[in-house]
Design a protein around this ligand. Sequence first.
Ligand code: HEC
Length: 202
Amino acid sequence: MRFNLVILSLLFLTGCFRGSKFETSPIHLNPNMDNQQKYRALEESYFFDDGSTMRKPVEGTIARGMINENYAYLSGKNDDGSYLRDNPIELSMDVLNRGQERYNIYCAVCHSQVGNGKGIVTKYEYPVIPANLHDKRIREQADGEMYNTIVYGLRSMPAYGYQINTEDVWSIIHYVRALQRSQNATIEDLPEEEKNKLSDNS
Ligand code: HEC
């Protein structure tokens, strides 16, 4: 009996139970290359002159996702964090056509082809109501804010940054602006020639 107790307490002391935790490393009979000399990050180094283990990146290195040159274009924001007011890509017929094509692929299912938020999903018990893009608030919001809505999503709107590249997002925004304009145009927006046609008819 006493012998059993000794064995049991030895087992306890040596921590030989399956799953038990050790503070010290176990005895390693065949170390192979498991333990090697190495530097850990932030550890002092005796090798490098500056005494630091971590090396600075070679000058001019840009880590993935850290390119800053096109900050406004890539983030839709100014340097002070406010939203970019105007679309950074130039408006052209090509851009509008591309924007229209992408809008009809990615946005129309929810916001509808005319942007009034009555896309096809609303006929199938889609649980939330897509925004009407002709709302005054959305008409007046900065292009950079819309950019962020599309790229990162907003409340119940999913993010599209993974599917639509940056150039296309900005093209879509140009197109949404055209859609909005189409619902809020005045006679003043028409070219002279068209205006004259209208007044001739009247
Ligand atoms: C799956 C449906 C869906 C798709 C696809 C979708 N949206 Fe939305 N969108 C929504 C919903 C829902 C809201 C309302 C979000 C809220 O207010 O909770 C919204 C809101 C918005 C708003 C208003 C944001 C604000 O400031 O309130 C804009 C602008 C917008 N969407 C643009 C787009 C554009 C551009 C696309 C295409 C790239 C797109 N959406 C694709 C569902 C969608």
